[in-house]
Design a protein around this ligand. Structure first.
Ligand code: FES
Length: 229
């Protein structure tokens, strides 16, 4: 092979390898299995979850909040990518109507999250001056909007990637739900780096894994003030 051709082949091979790396999928992260339960400790039945309301539980750590939503309509599989361009396929909703979804409630922009005092981020069906779309998870900190029916794809605002999806299992016989892992761009390292001191002052240890059962609470009962913009 001539030297010029050899260089061309090497360049093509390197480009192909780079392309393969860029296309590498983000793998699911499996944590402990956590059954979702009501405040009384009874298993949460998927069929009993009201549509279009914000529910919250903490997973995969005891301090990291997640939204549990019944969208009232089937949420179908879709392909997404993290901020560093790792692709992944979100498998859609679970439950009898495939309408139940869960996402980390830590905003992918600058990590706003629901606390017991205040929440800037929530699922909003209604439209407003700042929320012209409706049916989005809207973070009022800087107005990132995510589509919960499409794997929390970013629809507007500065967020660089979808909210991390929480992998749910639904048992059709018992109608019970369990969280088993995450998929997509996790923000937990950044979350703990940013809020470790705050969590410590609140008496919460940072990286304690969620228990084998996670209590699901309506956001309005968990949080004293919801900011709706
Ligand atoms: S922290 Fe949510 S948009 Fe900035």
């Amino acid at each position: 092979m001539q030297r010029r051709e050899f260089i061309k082949v090497c360049a093509a091979t390197a480009a192909a390898a780079a392309g393969d790396l860029a296309a590498a999928d983000a793998a699911p992260a499996f944590y402990g299995r956590a059954k979702l339960v009501t405040s009384s400790g009874a298993p949460l039945k998927a069929s009993s979850l009201p549509a279009d309301r914000n529910f919250i539980f903490h997973y995969p750590f005891s301090t990291t909040p997640c939204f549990l939503l019944n969208l009232g309509r089937a949420a179908r599989a879709t392909r997404l990518a993290t901020a560093d361009q790792r692709g992944y396929e979100w498998k859609g909703g679970v439950g009898p109507r495939r309408s139940i979804v869960a996402y980390s409630a830590i905003c992918a922009h600058q990590l706003a999250y629901p606390t017991k005092e205040i929440s800037f981020i929530s699922y909003r069906t209604e439209k407003s001056a700042r929320n012209k779309l409706g049916n989005v998870i809207h973070c009022c900190a800087e107005h990132s909007q995510y589509d919960p029916a499409e794997g929390a794809r970013v629809l507007a605002g500065p967020a660089p990637q979808p909210l991390a999806a929480i992998l749910l299992e639904h048992d059709p016989k018992s109608d019970e739900l369990a969280a088993v892992g995450t998929l997509g761009g996790e923000m937990f390292n950044q979350f703990f780096a940013k809020y470790e001191m705050k969590l410590a002052l609140e008496g919460a240890a940072a990286r304690v894994p969620a228990a084998a059962t996670c209590v699901v609470t309506e956001l309005e009962n968990y949080c004293r003030q919801q900011v709706k913009c």
